[in-house]
Design a protein around this ligand. Structure first.
Ligand SMILES: [Zn+2]
Length: 154
């Protein structure tokens, strides 16, 4: 790793130290998330806590991001062949929510995330087979910190 750079724990980009806020309790005295991620994280968290149903809110946000990643115009490296089999975000969200097992896991993980206030506990959508896209039988819930090895958490 180059000097004066640090890998963000949320977007995984290697960024200069100036992209991080000061934090006294870390080894390098820099926050673990870059400024942009920190602000996105705090914004999402505020919205989630204000929402009547935090689990529903988080699922909608994840489905929206996955739907976007599965779109034909999404060009980020590694996602060229990822497709979303749902026609819209609402159908996507409903299909998952109506699955009793998925729903119970998503709700349980949301409770952990709400309680401990750590991004690593956020429930995310994992593609079981990374070669396949976002299709009903290829999606499971994984906590963010388990779903990072292939950098595909949403
Ligand atoms: Zn970041």
């Amino acid at each position: 790793m180059e000097a004066n750079t640090k890998k963000c724990g949320r977007c995984y980009l290697l960024l200069p130290h100036s992209d991080y806020y000061y934090q006294s309790n870390t080894k390098d005295e820099k926050a673990n998330y870059c400024k942009k991620c920190k602000s996105e994280y705090q914004k999402e968290r505020r919205k989630m806590l204000k929402a009547k149903e935090p689990a529903t809110y988080l699922l909608k946000e994840s489905c929206r991001a996955a739907y976007e990643r599965g779109g034909a115009t999404y060009k980020r490296k590694g996602y060229e062949h990822v497709r979303c089999s749902f026609d819209n975000v609402r159908d996507f969200q409903e299909a998952l929510w109506n699955d009793e097992f998925f729903r119970s896991e998503w709700i349980a993980q949301t409770d952990v995330y709400v309680k401990y206030n750590k991004y690593k506990y956020r429930p995310t959508l994992d593609r079981i087979n990374p070669k396949l896209g976002y299709e009903k039988d290829n999606i499971r819930m994984l906590a963010q910190h388990i779903n990072v090895s292939r950098d595909k958490a949403v």
